[in-house]
Structure formats: C-alpha cells, structure tokens
Design a protein around this ligand. Structure first.
Ligand code: UD1
Length: 382
C-alpha cells in the first residue's frame, strides 16, 4: 500500500453516490487540492443518476468530473450494494489508494468502505457517529457498519463521540471537526438563486409571493413514502395545512413514483405546488426564503438549523440531535395532530430561533484535510 514520502502526496480515493453526498464531497475535494501533502481521486458510484439528482450538483458545486463512474443505478438494497462492491473492487486495485474516504450513510458509503477494509486499505468516514437508534432505517445499518470498519472517524456534533465509544470505537480515531454540508451551505449562500427568482421560474401562484410566505416540503424516507397508508395520511395533513400557508413540494423521484403508484399524485393548486427535485442553488434560495420547512431529510434538518429557519421533521427520531437541542428543529413524526401543533406554533410564534452548533463554521473540510495529512505522515514514519 502506498504511504507518503516527501515527494509523493498521499492519495485519498473519495466516494460519492447519492444526492446528499455531493454537498459533502465538494468542500473536501477543494480542501485536498489546497493541501500539498494530499491528492484525491473521485469515484462516483452512480447510485443517483437522474439529471436532477446528479449532474446539476456537480456543475453548481464545482465538483470535478468523477475520475471513475461505476454507473450502478437503482436496485434493491442487496443488489445495489453488491453491484457497487463488485464494480468498485477492480477500480480500487488500480487506483493506488492511500485511503478510501466515504461520507454520510447511503448504500454507496457502506459498499465502498467494505471493499476497502477487506483490502486492508484504511477507511475514512466523514459524518461518523450519528445514530437514530432505529434499525428499521437502512441508513442506520449503513452508519453502524461503516463506523466499525473505519480507521479515521470525523464527527459533526459532540453527541456522536459517545455513540461511537459505546460501540467500542477507539477514541484516538475520532475527530470532532464540524460539518462539511454546512461548509457547502456557507460557501454558496451568497451564490444561491433568490427565492423570488425561483418562484418566478416555477411560475408559482401569487399566493406564494405574499408577505405571509410559504412552507417548503420534502419527503423521501421509505418509512414515509413506501407505505400508501402513511403517505395518504401525510398528503391529507399537509394538504390541509397548505390552506393556512401555501406549500411548495419538490419531489424526489422515488416520492413522485410512489405518489403516482398510490393514486395520490396532486396537480398544481393555488396553495400546493408539487414540482420536480431542484438543483442545489434553487433549493438553498427557497430554504432561505421559507417561513418554515417540513421534511424527513437528515441534511435539511442541519441546513435549516444553520440558516435559522424553523424545521418540522416528519420522522419519529433524528440521528442529528444537535438540530433539536441547539437548532431550529422539532421532531414530530407522522401524527396529524402533532404536525399541526408544531405548524401552528411556528405560525404563531415564529418558531425556535436556535443557534449555530459548534464548529459549523465553514472550515470542517480544511480541518479534515489537515488531520488526514498529519495522520498519513505519522503512519509513513511508523
Ligand atoms: C438514498 C439514500 C438516502 C438519502 C437519499 C437522498 C440509501 C439507503 N438511501 O435514498 O439515505 O437520503 O438517497 O436522496 O442509500 N431514483 C431515480 N433517479 C435517481 C435515483 C433514484 O429515479 O437518480 C429512484 C429510483 O426509483 C430508485 C429510488 O429512487 O429506485 C430510490 O433510490 P435509492 O438510491 O435506492 O435510494 P433513495 O431513496 O434515493
């Protein structure tokens, strides 16, 4: 395995696969390019492949074209994970990797971590230690297993370290560095498309432009969209709330397909606007402009906390407790009464103000690059 000498930078093979990975990898690739002791290679697994889920993110976030595209596409969890592993292994054999870096908790994360660990190539996990303690979530399985086989674990919030210590992870491997997704948000905040322009481009009804504002909704978790009964209840509840505050609903392709299959797809209405998934800079502009956000996404819970926008999380739990304790997030599940109560509270009071969590300062990727370079140097010496 290559180690670092004074002339040869340490090569980190960075893996991306699904939409939330793109925001996390962008600042890392930039930070590695600025750190002379490191070099990086970018592998895209192709877990997400639609223009709306992939290409626009590479362009808008200035992520270089991947050096390798595995083009796996969709499948069951087993098929998708296995296919990523099967295609990643021969690439890794030729890439001269000093380490493999994975981000987040998607199937691409565990698949590539597992391939590297079996080849005795160190694994670096960015966004380690988050736990919902709900193993029905596919992401929770991916998080636990990836952390177990990682050599360097970078955490975004202080609750993550005790989670890892409880699972037997050596404290020396854990580094609290902050949040790379927030690096991306801060980097792009001044570049985003203002909400008014996005609303114009979408030909949104006038109601969305009034001073009362609008709510922004996203849904894609299997637990919310795969069971037609849960999905129907959510759509009814959210449709009711839209009478009080118009709701804009950018749909993940999975959600769109599930709504159509369940006969629940809705047309554009004066106060309810279902649209396709949006590029990053449009979504950021709409989040900044929103009166409140309703979501089951992990990343959006963090982004709304960083922006100070109230967030209602349509899940029973969160693996990101800092967004509740310090931030603007309220976790309500899918019970209509609880959703409505949180919604009314925000309309009446403006919602939680929150404060920015420690180290969510736009410099997490820089800290990660410095830590990896130092770690690689000490490995080369030993
Ligand atoms: C994945 C992640 C999830 C993350 C989400 C963000 C896992 C287990 N889940 O979920 O943690 O929050 O990405 O988006 O890795 N599809 C398309 N076009 C695409 C991608 C997907 O149409 O470009 C559709 C397909 O019908 C596919 C379905 O979405 O079967 C699900 O895609 P998949 O990658 O399996 O999981 P996500 O639900 O996107």
């Amino acid at each position: 395995m290559p180690t670092m000498t004074s002339t040869e930078p340490f090569r980190v093979v960075c893996v991306v696969g699904a939409r939330p990975n793109f925001m996390k990898i962008a600042p890392l690739v930039r930070a590695f390019a600025r750190e002379p002791r490191l070099a990086s290679t970018l592998v895209h697994t192709g877990q997400h492949y639609d223009e709306a889920m992939k290409a626009s993110f590479f362009d808008q976030l200035d992520i270089p074209s991947p050096d390798v595209d595995l083009e796996v596409g969709s499948g069951t969890h087993a098929v998708q994970t296995a296919e990523i592993m099967r295609r990643f292994e021969p690439e890794l054999d030729r890439l001269q990797a000093g380490a493999v870096l994975v981000v987040g908790d998607v199937n691409s994360t565990i698949a590539c971590a597992l391939v590297a660990a079996k080849k005795d190539i160190p694994v670096i996990h960015v966004e380690a230690g988050l736990r919902s303690y709900d193993r029905r979530m596919p992401e929770e399985i991916n998080r636990i297993l990836t952390d177990q086989i990682s050599d360097l674990l970078f955490t975004t919030e202080q609750d993550a370290e005790p989670n890892l210590l409880r699972e037997g992870v050596d404290a020396a491997r854990i580094h609290f560095v902050g949040n790379v997704m927030i690096d991306t948000l801060l980097h792009n905040r001044s570049r985003c498309r203002p909400a008014a322009e996005v609303l114009d481009a979408l030909s949104a009804p006038e109601l969305f432009r009034q001073s009362e504002g609008y709510g922004l909704l996203t849904l894609h978790r299997p637990s919310n969209v795969d069971d037609p009964k849960v999905l129907r209840l959510l759509m009814e509840t959210l449709g009711d709330l839209a009478r009080e505050l118009p709701v804009l609903f950018p749909m993940h392709p999975r959600t769109k397909a599930r709504l159509e299959a369940a006969g629940l797809a809705r047309q554009r209405e004066e106060n309810f606007l279902p649209i396709s998934a949006l590029p990053y800079l449009d979504m950021l502009g709409l989040m900044i402009g929103a009166r409140l956000v309703l979501t089951d996404s992990g990343g959006i819970q963090e982004e709304t906390t960083a922006l100070g926008v109230p967030c209602i999380t349509l899940r029973e739990n969160t693996e990101r407790p800092i967004t509740v304790t310090a931030g603007t997030n309220t976790v309500v599940g899918t019970d209509p009464g609880r959703i409505r109560a949180a919604f009314n509270d925000i309309l009446a009071t403006g919602g939680k103000r929150g404060h920015i969590p420690d180290l969510w300062d736009g410099r997490a990727a820089e800290r990660i690059a410095t830590t990896i370079a130092g770690w690689a140097e000490s490995r080369a010496r030993s």
